[in-house]
Write a protein that binds this ligand. Sequence first.
Ligand code: FAD
Ligand code: UDP
Length: 385
Amino acid sequence: MDLVVVGSGFYGLTIAERAATELGRKVVVIDRRPHIGGNAYSANDPETGIEVHQYGSHLFHTSNVPVWEYVNRFTAFTNYQHKVYTNHNGVVFPLPVNLGTINQFFGAAYSPTEARELIAGQAAEFDTKTAANLEEKAISLIGRPLYEAFIRDYTAKQWQTDPTELQAEIISRLPVRYNYDNRYFNDTFEGLPVDGYTAWLERMADHPNIEVRLDTDFFDESQAINKAATVGQVPVIYTGAIDRYFDYAEGELSWRTLDFEQEVVPVGDYQGTSVMNYADASAPFTRIHEFRHFHPERGHYPTDKTVIMREFSRFATRDDEPYYPVNTPQDRARLLAYRELQAGEPDVYFGGRLGTYQYLDMHMAIGSALSMFSNKLEPAFRARA
Ligand code: FAD
Ligand code: UDP
């Protein structure tokens, strides 16, 4: 065994695949979950055969050419383009905010120029360049009326944190458009894996030099591969939570977790689209996913049943799966302290969402793993040799 990878998400699998294929190294990947793939894992619902993304809808999109070329080695992609709608006061609007949303909301037929002028006036209380937090940034981009309708209460449900304490970047993920384009993402490449996420993830691990051990927690000393037994013996790629690695010595980092309520509904189409957000405080969930709409090309899905999943957000305790870093000023201070501790572990490479306490999309996790491999791990292996 030349390398231990903790976590079989996209970050861990990318490193494992590269080390096995490019360097001929023997890699053991462990994961505490009973399945491969981290949060991107999906499974077919047994009753309907519909592919369900177990940890919430996962949409692949990137503008990074090397990442796109790399992922295409393991899967082909459909031409799915993500579009989201939101229910506000019982009326459905297109997202992200675009000319259609603006005209429907104000009951108008503004041209792009007229809409820009209207929103500029409503957004004037904050400057986008100096906006210091999520609320200021959102108002500076779309004005207060649209912020209060579509962002304020949804964000309160999603984060249960004062929007003035949240980082402005969270809202920068959503484009604002003064035309009728309501694609959710701006990226050059977008699509869903033709035969599902798990087939893609399994192909990444399908190499004679890679062994995957599931139900194996790195901190469980009854398992053959654990922190005490491996660190210092072989290089370790660690994609679990950084605060857990150091036994929370600098305090806990705050995370949001999600609860999912899955249901098979006896209709062919429940909501007419894959993701419907619920903007108002009156709905306890943030959104409903309907998975059949991700694959309209799949002829075998039943026409009289569909799978939906309601998504609820709350603070994560140590026993929950951490999903979104909250990233308050206190979290950022603690993260810096953990980064200093990291410097004392030269043979452990921290990566991925949990290991770096960063919101990373799949293409970002894969891209950062590819960079880490060529800039650090490969040179380190060559130096040892
Ligand atoms: P993960 O997938 O979280 O993998 C980490 C793995 O480490 C897990 O399997 C975990 O079990 C394991 N692990 C942790 N601790 C230990 C331990 N002590 N011992 C052993 N194993 C351990 N990205 C997109 O591009 N598009 C989307 O639409 C999208 N939607 C998302 C929706 C949600 C709700 C969430 C949470 C994320 C979404 N993402 C999306 C992000 C995507 O899931 C991540 O980019 C990707 O999973 C990153 O992979 P990772 O390897 O960093 O982490
Ligand atoms: N957001 C919102 N209303 C919406 C959709 C998003 O207020 O209908 C805000 C919310 O704060 C969310 C952020 O925009 O966390 C980023 O949205 P995105 O859809 O990227 O969130 P994710 O899919 O990562 O949950």
